[in-house]
Write a protein that binds this ligand. Sequence first.
Ligand SMILES: [Cu+2]
Length: 126
Amino acid sequence: MKPIRLSLVAVLLVAVLAACGSTSAGGGTTDPARADVTVTAAEMAFTPGSVDAPAGEAFTLALVNDDAMPHNIAIYTDESKSEKLFDGEMVTDGTVVYDIPALAAGEYFFDCSLHPEMTGTLVVGG
Ligand SMILES: [Cu+2]
């Protein structure tokens, strides 16, 4: 029975490693602690409501979702949401690290695509 047990362990290990790899949002870091900017979603609100980011260079933004429902971050030029600049993948009760493309200095608007009442301000080059 030993060989069967060992192969089961191997299969589980492969599954765990594959799951870890799939959390990558592509590109830069997937480690929330190393993200340039961190936003927490909890009880249907983003904290902090205003975050700073560097101008003219790509940066990483970690979304820490403490809620048991899916949230994401979608970035728009302004509150009118006429132009979407970034659409982050949904995450439920966990953390995702987004690779945000370089933005010109200015104030941007972000919200959760599922819960438009969850909003925030992204201050680039502030
Ligand atoms: Cu949401």
